[in-house]
Write a protein that binds this ligand. Structure first.
Ligand code: SF4
Length: 197
């Protein structure tokens, strides 16, 4: 186990990983099976992976589909498990029409964030592309301040930080932020997510 950097190991199938399966909450040893299917129901790509999360599987499945069919993929529909900024970026670069919701899409659609208790949720700040700024629920502007980068071994995030310009005199500030001025951290790929919605 130490050699393979694992905390748990399956003695009968050492390649399997521990993950939820078949809608069950139980964690069992298994594989995450991926398949690409055409509109007419033909399986054109398939893979069993040991990573429980689907997010990193969209690109390899598309590439395997293209390799197997020798045709460029033009459209992709996948569930929200495949929704990520990296995947939206990949689809955009490859000029593939994507129908891949993000994991918060349903909550937005349900009107949850339109409720009064969520009045100051970031989704209620309106983006103004002409001035690259946001307008808060009280009609005040948050302007671009700087881009903040966060890195891990495998990923990097670049967030644009927008900062309130009139928060100091705002009567609602305690409902909106604990800081002197409200800040919004927006992933630089946010327009791709909005386009997908
Ligand atoms: S604190 Fe700033 S961003 Fe929040 S509601 Fe007031 S003016 Fe708008």
């Amino acid at each position: 186990m130490k050699e393979e950097g694992k905390e748990k190991i399956n003695l009968t199938d050492r390649d399997a990983n521990h993950m939820k399966s078949g809608g069950s909450k139980d964690i069992r040893p298994g594989y995450n099976c991926q398949a690409a299917v055409t509109e007419s129901g033909i399986i054109v790509a398939g893979e069993a992976v040991t990573e429980a999360n689907d997010r990193n599987q969209l690109k390899p499945v598309i590439e395997q589909t293209e390799s197997n069919t020798q045709e460029k993929v033009k459209e992709v529909a996948a569930d929200c498990g495949y929704g990520s900024y990296a995947n939206y970026e990949y689809l955009e670069q490859r000029e593939i029409d994507g129908y891949v919701p993000d994991s918060n899409f349903q909550q937005y659609q349900s009107g949850e964030y339109e409720k009064e208790e969520h009045r100051y949720h970031y989704s209620n700040f309106k983006y103004d592309a002409t001035s690259d700024s946001y307008v808060c629920p009280e009609g005040k502007r948050l302007t671009y301040w700087r881009t903040r980068t966060k890195k891990t071994e495998s990923r990097q995030w670049n967030h644009k930080v927008y900062r309130g310009t009139e928060c100091g005199a705002c009567q609602k500030r305690s409902l909106c932020t604990k800081a002197k001025a409200r800040e919004l951290l927006i992933d630089i790929r946010e327009p791709l997510l909005q386009k997908m919605r």
